[in-house]
Design a protein around this ligand. Sequence first.
Ligand SMILES: Nc1ncnc2c1ncn2[C@@H]1O[C@H](COP(=O)(O)OP(=O)(O)OP(=O)(O)O)[C@@H](O)[C@H]1O
Ligand SMILES: [Mg+2]
Length: 270
Amino acid sequence: MSYLELEHLTRHFVRREGWPIPRKTLIRAVDRVSLRIEQGEILGLVGESGCGKSTLSRLIMQLLAPTSGSVILEGQRLADLPPTEIRKRRRDFQMIFQDPYASLNPRMTVYSTLAEAILTRRPELRRNRAALESAVAVLMARVGLDARYIRKYPHEFSGGQRQRIAIARALGPEPKLILADEPVSALDVSIQSQILNLLLELRNELGLTMIFISHDLSVVRYIADRIAVMDEGKIVETGEADALFTAPESEVTRALLRAIPKIRHRAAAS
Ligand SMILES: Nc1ncnc2c1ncn2[C@@H]1O[C@H](COP(=O)(O)OP(=O)(O)OP(=O)(O)O)[C@@H](O)[C@H]1O
Ligand SMILES: [Mg+2]
């Protein structure tokens, strides 16, 4: 049994365009996507802007209802569960976004942000300030942040450090699945590899399952075990990361390969 299975998952949007007579157009943002993700696996999801990656992640996160199809978690169809049970399961899924500055609350210190995340799983710590503070320090150490910065605010950190805070916040509720949507796209190349290495370490140490979304195939190759290529709402190719690079089957994959900057090609080959 796979940890997570998507079965013909579909989401349509209706857009009204044109004036004075609006026309309705149907957008198949996610179109009959079927995928299996094994426990502890990093699945890379790659595709051009607008192909439906974020919509697919919102469907998995239960932030958006599917038009049809199912999300099956450990053999159980999520749509069949009562809402309270879905809320409980949702804690096992956490997200990391492209822009940590936008996703972190600027008025909250690292301590408040991380304490809040930890309390969702361990509410009993609310009455034990010392234990909560040490849990925050453990979380900071896990993502490579110095506990001296515990009272600082997001704007006092660099972009890479802010993404570490966002990763620590995602780990707070002790998730099983991390959904990372373009988590390094806003970072300098040198910082990107540090964050990718951190995510790999966390997968190895905590046995996390990950879905890693990017438009950049070279980034996905670095981190993913298996890659799914998406185009116009559909999965057009899946394969082991290396195989997909050496023998791409679809034209979409070949186009994504061509889009990788030459300098990165050389770095990957050396
Ligand atoms: N709430 C919505 N209402 C209408 N259309 C939407 C909505 N959300 C997404 N779409 C459309 O669905 C398609 C897929 O969008 P989505 O954001 O999932 O793509 P993406 O692959 O994440 O793109 P990017 O790489 O730019 O983040 C796009 O055509 C988008 O305009
Ligand atoms: Mg997106």
